[in-house]
Design a binder for this molecule. Structure first.
Ligand code: HSE
Length: 432
């Protein structure tokens, strides 16, 4: 074993960074044996230098991240500060100064992965980012390496633990969204400002990364259709139950049937209770992958948290250090297919539409005609009259597969009917 250590610098020492430093210390001997050389923590860039950081020698702490990445003697930079800047500049500077990079930065990779890969390649360095998607779950490497010989057609996953916790609470307790969010906040699952999670931004960044790797093309955050889950109601869960379904916030990346384009989207959807993703409870994540030769695969585990995310970072660190010792590089960007990303209107799926309608002759026929005029085929219809003297009924229509644009046109036309008093909810149905 080489005795001269590989030098590692940490950018960020929060929940994840401090766990990375702890595991590097407590598992030092095992890491050295697995890599073939010791790894030494050579610097830690932080924003608040006065904070006590157990197990990290004070002389390693600096507030000057730029000087740290420019030192020239650092072999690997671990970036766990998040956000686009200054992370992007620090990473590209690190490459230029001879360091490979392990990052957990989903926002940056989703927005600008291509230029990071280009900078890594220009300087002969590695870019690894297993921790950017679904915490501890091995997902990037299986997609990038283990499945590199197969053809992936679909990646569908629960990639945000906060929203899965909220939806699971709504499902199991009958709680409304606000009540379930309050519980998630009290238990530390939801941030004080939960927007990034509940509006689907976090999941959309992960969808962009997964789609790009799975389909060997470039998919940016702006290409991902996004709908949050704040409008999901207890009534939606009741409807889902009647259909033998539950509701999940899904990230779905698909290759079109003709293979000529891809789509990436994040939105709440009903899935059958028999689907493996339906049993993903609390704050867990899971990703269901469908490939030509492999068939169906499911990756499951903790998608966030200090230690689980650090596990993914450490796995990358070992891989990158091994590459350094071997004078080799891991896989670079694979975007050769250059498949265009289609708009949401071209996505084909099923829908569950709940309408409040006048309970009188001819209404069902009128509604059915609107669906027919837009080429959307109805699978089932369920009508329930109200006993409250309002003269209204609830009409639930479940469709066969249809393009999203056709469904939008249908709903727009339905809203114009005098007999349709309101569209209570529209939910996509997936996983059948
Ligand atoms: N906030 C994310 C989640 C974890 O709730 O899953 C980090 O991506």
């Amino acid at each position: 074993m080489r005795t001269r250590p590989l030098k590692v610098a940490l950018l960020g020492c929060g929940v994840v960074g401090s766990e990375v430093a702890r595991i590097m210390t407590t598992h030092a001997d095992d890491l050295a044996a697995r890599i073939g050389a010791p790894v030494e923590l050579a610097g830690v860039a932080v924003r608040r230098p006065d904070k006590v950081r157990e197990g990290i020698p004070a002389e390693l702490i600096t507030t000057d991240a730029t000087a740290l990445v420019k030192r020239g003697d650092i072999d690997v930079i671990v970036e766990v500060i998040g956000g686009v800047e200054p992370a992007r500049t620090l990473i590209t500077t690190a490459f230029a100064h001879g360091a490979s990079v392990v990052s957990a930065n989903k926002a940056l990779l989703a927005q600008d992965g291509a230029s990071l890969y280009a900078a890594a390649q220009e300087h002969g360095q590695d870019l690894y980012y297993e921790a950017a998607v679904a915490g501890a779950i091995p997902l990037i490497r299986p997609l990038r390496e283990s499945l590199a010989g197969d053809k992936i057609n679909r990646v569908m996953g629960i990639v945000n633990g906060t929203t899965n916790f909220i939806l699971d609470k709504m499902d199991t307790s009958g709680a409304g969204y606000s009540e379930a969010l309050d519980e998630a906040t009290a238990l530390g699952y939801a941030e004080a400002d939960p927007t990034a999670d509940v509006e689907g931004f976090d999941a959309a960044a992960k969808a962009a990364i997964l789609a790009g790797i799975a389909f060997h093309t470039r998919v940016r955050l702006d290409d991902v259709y996004r709908e949050g889950m704040t409008e999901v109601t207890a009534a939606d869960f009741a409807s889902a139950k009647e259909m033998g379904c539950t509701i999940k916030l899904l990230a779905i990346c698909e290759r079109a049937a003709d293979g000529e384009s891809v789509t990436a989207r994040v939105h709440p959807a009903m899935i059958p209770l028999s689907h493996p993703l339906a049993s993903v409870r609390e704050a867990y994540n899971a990703v269901f992958v469908e490939a030509d030769a492999a068939g169906q695969l499911m990756f499951y585990g903790p998608g966030a948290g200090g230690a689980p995310t650090a596990s993914a970072v450490l796995g990358d660190l070992v891989a990158v250090c091994r590459n350094k010792l071997n004078g080799a590089n891991g896989p670079g960007e694979s975007a050769y297919t250059q498949l265009p990303v289609s708009s949401m209107g071209e996505v084909v799926t099923r829908y569950h539409i709940s309408l409040d309608v006048a309970d009188k002759p001819g209404v069902l026929a009128q509604v059915a005609t609107v669906f027919a005029e837009h080429g959307v085929s109805i699978d089932t219809v369920r009508q329930q009259g109200r006993q409250d003297g309002s003269g209204e009924a609830s009409l639930v229509v479940v469709t066969h597969r249809a393009p999203d644009a056709a469904l939008s046109g249908t709903v727009e036309a339905l809203r114009k009917l005098d007999t349709v008093r309101g569209v209570a909810s529209i939910m996509r149905v997936e996983g059948e």
